[in-house]
Ligand binder design. Structure first.
Ligand SMILES: C[S@@+](CC[C@H](N)C(=O)[O-])C[C@H]1O[C@@H](n2cnc3c(N)ncnc32)[C@H](O)[C@@H]1O
Length: 268
């Protein structure tokens, strides 16, 4: 089993202090602390809502300027904190009998460098994602013939895979590059094997599987993405008869095996 995931993810956390870094360069409101203190001296009975009205700004601005607290995500929504996810994945997998075998790193490009999410933070732009490879105990082959000697040298035994991310995420917001799926499929499976992606999205894994002469099974819960996946798969295998109006995409490669899905589940 291979899981592709970012190394850190943001989780909602009620205990997270809701203080955000001040960003003077990004300040949109011209009201300064001195202006508020002056207004306060003139109207000592005003609370911060009245001061806000008087100075024509928000009460958050009054609070931020006076108390230095910038409230992340507003006052009432829970804060978010970032967590490393690899350890949790390893524990969950271990609990169901899967052992961590290896980890590779997909080095992409700083695609979000100029987005509004990254200009208001001192955090690094995410340029890597992890690939966790788990082993389900049983026999497996170390078949060096799956790749050419050149491929082994370039990426087969390399821990870091340099693959540009998909820039035009216009048909699905979280597509990964087909090269990423192809490398995983070619390294860990043989031609004719079945590749299952439970989160198929636009169908990248299925397209890669077909192109690498593997069978595939895919699940996608959102009909609009399942439709995109069907179209993308049909582009590489026009003769494929994918089930209409079903979230389950199921194929046989070149009409060879009529009932891949049940045979796969029998073996799981
Ligand atoms: C990160 S995207 C996968 C994108 C895909 N790798 C690609 O290149 O297009 C995850 C997808 O999983 C789908 N999904 C999430 N939970 C699901 C579930 N429980 N069952 C089936 N699909 C699910 C989402 O709708 C989303 O399209």
């Amino acid at each position: 089993m291979v899981i592709n995931i970012a190394d850190i993810l943001a989780f909602q956390d009620l205990n997270m202090p809701k203080i955000m870094g001040l960003n003077p360069a990004n300040r949109k409101c011209g009201i300064t602390k001195e202006m508020i203190l002056k207004a306060k001296a003139e109207h000592p009975d005003y609370n911060r809502y009245q001061l806000a009205k008087h100075l024509n700004c928000s009460e958050q601005t009054i609070d931020r300027r006076l108390n230095g607290n910038n409230i992340r995500g507003g006052k009432y929504a829970p804060g978010t904190h970032v967590k490393l996810v690899g350890g949790n994945l390893e524990s969950y997998a271990y609990e169901v009998g899967l052992f961590l075998y290896d980890k590779r790193i997909w080095h992409k490009d700083p695609a979000w460098a100029n987005s509004r999410w990254t200009t208001n933070t001192l955090k690094a732009v995410s340029e890597t994602e992890d690939l966790y490879i788990f082993w389900k105990p049983g026999e497996y082959e170390v078949n060096r013939n799956r790749l050419t000697p050149k491929e082994w040298k370039e990426w087969g035994y390399r821990q870091i895979w340099e693959i540009p991310s998909v820039r035009a995420n216009n048909i699905h917001p979280a597509m990964f590059p087909i090269e990423l799926a192809s490398r995983v499929i070619r390294l860990y499976t043989d031609p004719g094997d079945i590749v299952l992606d439970p989160f198929l999205g636009s169908g990248t894994t299925a397209v890669a599987a077909v192109q690498c002469n593997r069978h595939f099974i895919g699940f996608e819960m959102m009909e609009k993405y399942a439709e995109i996946a069907r179209n993308n798969i049909a582009n590489v295998v026009p003769s494929l008869d994918l089930q209409e109006n079903s979230p389950l995409l199921e194929s046989t490669l070149k009409n060879k095996t009529p009932n891949i899905r049940s045979s796969l589940f029998d073996n799981l």
